[in-house]
Design a protein around this ligand. Structure first.
Ligand SMILES: [Zn+2]
Length: 434
């Protein structure tokens, strides 16, 4: 009898211990996360809800949206046994929501027997704002005269805060920058290589990702760029290619290195200009005219279509995207205008190269230098000597390659040396944003 009693006592103890273990086994509430969890959403946004419960698994979830006293049940769902995690898509387009604030109320329960069998519950209320309307763009500037390969400036305002605005031409995007009075200025290029039939569009994207689009009046002057033949000599290859050998160790001859420099390094260097172009100030840093290097002859112009020949055979084609200025060897190089140095080091085809930022994405580039006298972050005065000319990088002889770049895209520098062009197309439009 005593043995039987002891046996039942033991059994009871085991049951209690096991029960306690099971009861306290999962005391943690499920985890939940909603994307987006704050900010603005569109009419057709789909919210994403991620749920997980490591302990006993998910049991059920309920999602409601509350707005202006109305309540919409978006999701009510039970999960089968052993569901450690789940992801739910919550489309909003079928709900009778209005633009403005709303609250997403989420309640998720796990399978634990804790809380006398009700399980652990996680609740969350998140505030979002519905915005179904794209920003409206108003153009403030007029008379946009553009040259193919040249620049333009447009002033505009937008009807609501935006995360991105600017001009799109083909695959190219030129960001606009907000001014102290709330209006925007966008300095842009009609890139030399974009077909003249492409129409530039002003776009603005709000926090809910609604995109507004605006057209504007402009006149485009088509340009015919020059053609040029450049003979590549053995002497040039033997003196210039060793500096690039380490970048292309697989290239066996100086000619192979030259072709890789032209076809692979050149586009890489140009892509780098786009990154550097984003490092700009939101206002112009200059007010006076743009200087040209004194006593220097133009050796090659912007847009020159170059055919490279080796031993009488065509080996490659490229477009020259700056102006080559030659005077005496190791001539001083003046900064064309006031600005801040944003780049000063060796960059592939450009050799030792300085880039000065003048604001709104406008930058000037000075390449093939034999010496650089400035560093990143230096504030430069108009006319200040920043280094000396040379033949570093892909240069046959001592000269300055001068480039004007807008948000990473090279434009024709000749426009910027022309005071009337600058007045009519750039500075006269600045006032419109005031
Ligand atoms: Zn050049």
């Amino acid at each position: 009898m005593k043995t039987i009693k002891s046996f039942f006592m033991l059994l009871l103890l085991v049951a209690l211990t096991g029960g306690a273990y099971y009861y306290f086994h999962d005391t943690a509430a499920p985890e939940l996360s909603l994307t987006p969890s704050a900010g603005a959403i569109q009419k057709n946004s789909v919210l994403q809800l991620s749920l997980s419960d490591e302990g006993s698994g998910l049991a059920a979830v309920e999602v409601k949206i509350l707005q202006n006293g109305h309540q919409f049940v978006v999701l009510e769902k039970s999960y089968p046994l052993d569901t450690p995690s789940a992801t739910e898509q919550l489309p909003l387009n079928n709900l009778l929501l209005e633009d403005g604030p709303l609250t997403v109320q989420i309640s998720v329960r796990d399978r634990a027997i804790y809380h006398f069998g009700k399980g652990n519950v996680q609740e969350s209320a998140l505030n979002l704002t519905r915005d179904s309307r794209p920003p409206i763009i108003s153009i403030l500037s007029t008379a946009h005269n553009l040259n193919q390969g040249g620049a333009g400036l447009i002033a505009y305002s937008v009807s609501e805060p935006v995360t991105k605005s600017g001009i799109q031409i083909g695959d190219y995007f030129f960001p606009g920058y907000q001014q102290s009075n709330g209006n925007y200025l966008c300095l842009f290029a009609f890139p030399y290589n974009v077909d003249s039939s492409k129409v530039p569009r002003l776009i603005a994207v709000d926090q809910a990702q609604n995109q507004g689009m605006g057209g504007f009046y402009y006149h485009l002057n088509r340009r015919n760029f020059r053609s040029d033949r450049i003979g590549i000599s053995e002497r040039f290859l033997n003196s210039k290619m060793p500096q690039f050998q380490h970048l292309f160790p697989e290239a066996k001859t100086p000619l192979e290195i030259f072709l890789k420099v032209n076809r692979e390094l050149r586009p890489r260097n140009r892509a780098r200009l786009v990154d550097i172009g984003l490092n700009t100030t939101e206002q112009f840093a200059w007010s006076k005219s743009f200087l040209r290097q004194p006593n220097a002859a133009n050796r090659a112009m912007f847009g020159d279509h170059r055919t490279y020949e080796y031993k009488g055979k065509k080996i490659d084609n490229q477009t020259h995207l700056g102006i080559d200025l030659a005077s005496t060897a190791r001539a001083p190089v003046p900064a064309t205008n006031t600005g801040e140095v944003v780049f000063a080091e060796f960059m592939g085809i450009y050799g030792q190269c300085i880039i000065i930022d003048h604001g709104l994405g406008l930058q000037t580039l000075y390449a093939h230098l034999s010496r650089m006298d400035v560093q990143i972050g230096d504030l430069i005065e108009r006319g200040q000597s920043i280094g000396t000319t040379g033949a570093t990088g892909l240069a046959g002889g001592d000269h300055l390659h001068f480039g004007v770049i807008i948000s990473g895209i090279p434009v024709n520098p000749v426009e910027w040396w022309d005071k009337n062009w600058v007045k009519n197309n750039i500075t006269s439009k600045l006032e419109l944003a005031d």
